[in-house]
Design a protein around this ligand. Structure first.
Ligand SMILES: C[S@@+](CC[C@H](N)C(=O)[O-])C[C@H]1O[C@@H](n2cnc3c(N)ncnc32)[C@H](O)[C@@H]1O
Length: 343
């Protein structure tokens, strides 16, 4: 039976307004490492509460809610077990999503997001106001939060890597330099799929320090190296192909332009830049692009002036910095590949 239009409208608003329930339930399971405790055998709420040291009845209610969201599974005897979604919450699987949940719903972002109204009033700077400094300065000063952020990026990149590597022919990419490449998940995937390539991961020193395990897991240690530094100072030269995945969206136009200009300075004519970002539609409309607009809000709240961008906005930044946007390659992930030539 279809809902009355008014009830339908209320249900749509309720679904959006109550998003915090799903977020917080998932956060509890991730924080308590519930998935790790279910690896050996299914457990009921009492058993789970003994190992996680929380209230059994309350945890059971959280678990039931998550089962109803198809994150865990519950048997007819009340035992909770892992399903394929919950497997990714285990902390011991490669590119585990546990830290991505801790990052997405953890205290830092929760506090920053709770002041979206203040950010909208001010026009920018949610994280700066809440944390007292810009996000990347905050990470530099808080190693544990930085680790969670880097692992969250790793999990996200791992989930997207196959789609990105499959959408572009990297066989002639030569020396690949991943600028702001985090802990190296994308670079490792590109090298693993193309045995003739060599690569350099460039990011802040405290970030690239954690890349070795990614290179080892992907079997590319002999062809991958790291360089620590700031892309606002200089970017390593000598690459044939430069990658930038979800880097420019962290910054306002002035700083995005500064990064691109430094990248262009490192490149020679004939080398290529591949920007992996979402393409923001020109107009807001219901559908699968909601994620791009919501991520744009994430940038508004969390980053120093960052934003998602439309194709023409990327083309403008690129032409201002002596690049020519050649084409935009869609991928089966939410990201597109903006292919630009150094001119
Ligand atoms: C959104 S993350 C993307 C990481 C990676 N490209 C990925 O997609 O998984 C942005 C990256 O920019 C790096 N970053 C921020 N400021 C930087 C700077 N001044 N110089 C170099 N890297 C920087 C961060 O450390 C982080 O790894």
């Amino acid at each position: 039976m279809s809902l009355h239009p008014r009830a339908q409208a209320a249900a749509a608003l309720r679904q959006i307004a109550y998003g915090l329930r799903e977020s917080q339930a998932l956060y509890v399971a991730a924080q308590l490492k519930v998935a790790d405790h279910l690896v050996d055998r299914p457990l009921n709420a009492e058993e789970l509460s003994n190992v996680t040291e929380v209230d059994a009845a309350a945890l059971g209610r959280v678990m039931r809610a998550l089962c109803s969201l198809d994150v865990f599974a519950e048997s007819s005897t009340g035992k909770f077990s892992l399903n394929s979604t919950a497997e990714l919450l285990r902390s011991d699987v490669p590119a585990s999503y546990r830290n991505a949940v801790l990052f997405s719903v953890g205290e830092v972002r929760w506090r920053c997001w709770s002041d979206l109204l203040g950010t909208v009033r001010a026009g920018r700077g949610g994280a700066e106001r809440t944390l007292g400094m810009s996000l990347f300065d905050f990470y530099a000063a808080h190693p544990e939060e930085s680790r969670i952020h880097d692992q969250a990026m790793r999990a996200t990149s791992a989930a997207q890597a196959a789609a990105l590597v499959g959408a572009f022919d990297f066989s002639q990419a030569g020396v690949v330099i991943d600028v702001g490449g985090g802990t190296g998940e994308l670079l490792a995937a590109v090298l693993a799929a193309n045995s003739l390539l060599r690569g350099t991961l460039f990011d802040l020193p405290h970030v690239v320090a954690h890349a070795q395990s990614v290179f080892i897991d992907s079997g590319v240690t002999d062809r991958a190296q790291t360089v620590g530094g700031s892309f606002f100072e200089s970017i390593p030269s000598g690459g044939n192909t430069y990658l930038m995945k979800t880097v420019i969206h962290d910054w306002d136009d002035a700083r995005g332009t500064a990064i691109l200009a430094n990248c262009r300075r490192a490149m020679t004519a004939g080398s290529k830049l591949l920007i992996f970002e979402r393409e923001l539609p020109e107009i807001g409309a219901p559908g699968k692009t909601a994620e791009a607009f919501l991520l744009d809000l994430e940038m508004l709240v969390m980053t120093p002036g960052g934003r998602e961008r439309t194709r023409s906005e990327f083309a403008g930044l690129l032409s201002d910095t002596q690049f020519k946007l050649v084409r935009v390659v869609p991928t089966s992930s939410p990201l597109s590949i903006f292919e630009a030539d150094a001119v």
